[in-house]
Structures are given as structure tokens and as C-alpha cells.
Ligand binder design. Structure first.
Ligand SMILES: [Zn+2]
Length: 191
């Protein structure tokens, strides 16, 4: 399983441990291997741990399936990623990943929503509080920098901010923009 020449503990013991990953994450991963599907997701943050697990195990196709699941959930339920806890989620997502891009664009898009409120309690399902965003920006240095770059980019380009749950899936996938899509590869393998 591992090259013992590397001297890593995993190689010497020929096993790896993932103490931060829940058993259920591996169940979902096995289901994906056999059925090319990531089970229904009810908006729980565990879906972000799945994405990180895929990165750890070098499974970009799995990561693409996870980000597709997140965006589909938001799109079909007319929801957006809320600000609560988004700093920790950004820190846990791999740098340069489609998940980070999605979280960042979700924040930028939310800035123009009427549901975004200054302090106080959020109403209903909406969690777009300035206080929560401030907390997230304080929690994640990477998010803070990317957010400022993103705001600057939109100010300079004057582009209209689009809902990130809509549009081209491949913008958030791990493969090269010119390369074949992981979803096409999977459907070829399972057909
Ligand atoms: Zn793709």
C-alpha cells in the first residue's frame, strides 16, 4: 500500500489513519465508487469534510461529485451558502479548489441580496449577517485576502455578480478547463 522507502509512519506500518474523518464519510465514498453517487445531503456541513477527504485521497472525480451535489442542493432548494461558519469551511477547503471558489463567490453574490442584514437576528433560513461575515473574515486569513481581491476584481470589471449555484459546473471542477470533464469520464465508465 505504501512505499516503505519513504520512511513515513504509514509506510512502515502499511496503514493510514484518518482520525479527523468520520466513518460515515468512508461509507459515502464507497457508495460513490460503486454507484457514482453522493447520497442526499440536507445542508449539513459534513459535506465539506467529504470534499477535504477526496483531496486527501487524491480523488478529484469524487471532489467534483461533491461540489456538484452542494451546488445542486442550493440551486434546487433556492438557497445560498450562508455566512455562519464559512471561515472554518474556507480554511478546511484546499487552497485553489473549486470549493473555495464557490464559497468566495457565494459571499460576493450575497453582498447584493436584500436579505443581507446589519447585525440582529437573521430571518428564516437566511443567514447573511454582516456580523457573521466579519467573524468569518477574522477567522480565515485566506478568505480575508481572497475576499478583498474578489471585491476589487468586481469593482474594476463592473461585472454583474451571478448566483454561483447556477452556470457551468466545470468552473468548479478539479480538471483543466480544456480537459475532459470528470462527469463525462464517469458516465463512460459506468455505461
Ligand atoms: Zn467538469
Amino acid at each position: 500500500m505504501f512505499d516503505s522507502q519513504t520512511g513515513f509512519k504509514e509506510a512502515l506500518e502499511n496503514k493510514a489513519t484518518f482520525p479527523e474523518d468520520k466513518e460515515e464519510s468512508f461509507d459515502v465514498l464507497l457508495e460513490w465508487v460503486h454507484m457514482d453517487n453522493v447520497r442526499e445531503w440536507g445542508g449539513k456541513s459534513d459535506i465539506f469534510a467529504l470534499y477535504a477527504l477526496g483531496d486527501k485521497l487524491c480523488l478529484p472525480d469524487f471532489q467534483d461529485t461533491v461540489i456538484d451535489r452542494i451546488r445542486t442542493y442550493h440551486r434546487e432548494n433556492k438557497k445560498l451558502q450562508t455566512f455562519k461558519g464559512i471561515g472554518a469551511e474556507y480554511n478546511a477547503a484546499p487552497p485553489g479548489s473549486g470549493l473555495r471558489l464557490y464559497l468566495l463567490r457565494s459571499i460576493l453574490y450575497s453582498l447584493k441580496l436584500k436579505e443581507m442584514i446589519e447585525g440582529g437576528d437573521s430571518k428564516g433560513d437566511f443567514g447573511f449577517k454582516v456580523d457573521d461575515l466579519e467573524e468569518a473574515l477574522l477567522e480565515s486569513e485566506d478568505l480575508r485576502k481572497d475576499f478583498l481581491r474578489g471585491v476589487r476584481g468586481y469593482v474594476i470589471s463592473r461585472l454583474d455578480l451571478k448566483n454561483p449555484s447556477q452556470g457551468d459546473d466545470c468552473e468548479y471542477h478539479c480538471h483543466d478547463r480544456e480537459g475532459p470533464c470528470s462527469r463525462e469520464k464517469r458516465s463512460f465508465l459506468t455505461s
